[in-house]
Ligand binder design. Sequence first.
Ligand code: GLN
Length: 229
Amino acid sequence: SSSKSSGDVKKYTVATDSNFKPFEYLNPITGELEGFDIDIIKEIAKRAEFEVEFETMDFDGLLAGMQSGRYPIGVAGMSITEKRKESIDFSIPYYDSGLILMVPENSNIQSIDDVSRKKIGSRQGSTSQTYLKEFTSAKVEAFPEIVTAYLDVKEGRLDGALYDLPNVKNYIATEGENKLKTVGEVLQGESYGIAFSKGSEIVDDANKALQSMIDDGTYAELFEKYFGE
Ligand code: GLN
């Protein structure tokens, strides 16, 4: 997974999610991998002087691949959790997130307290799936891709979906067709970190690069590019 290329510059495979807007996604026209995370890891690689090549996959496959040490680096809007830290090393946090409930525009669900016995969509392997199972008695339907759940909510096959706030907001704004809304508070604050295989020698250099991007305004520029309104 790490190999020498020109000179002694190392090249690492970066495992990434195929669909988690606006952090990583395929541009529908060019087919190119794009997003906030993609720009961030490319800039880190430049500053820390290594090369990257991307491999896209579903989130649960990515998680398993990181946990087993199959990939040296993973970027996927991955929430830093105590459980994951047992098998994955994380960079310093680079994005503050949390979970929000999405329901049809005409739903009478007002918050997470109203989801008992309701069909609520989530994604396999995600913090949202864990949250629903631990803290609610919803009938949880977890899919490989969260957009499947969003579409099912839009078309009335699910009563709601619980997922990461920036991703839910992006979907409602771009594909909601005025049929969807969020309700209640942001549940469970979460921070995203870049994932590294346990014991990775890259973490320190990557953190220094990330910190320098925060300090010199590059991070703020990228944030504005993807989240500015
Ligand atoms: N932040 C969520 C998690 O880590 C979801 C990430 C994703 O779908 N790519 O579980």
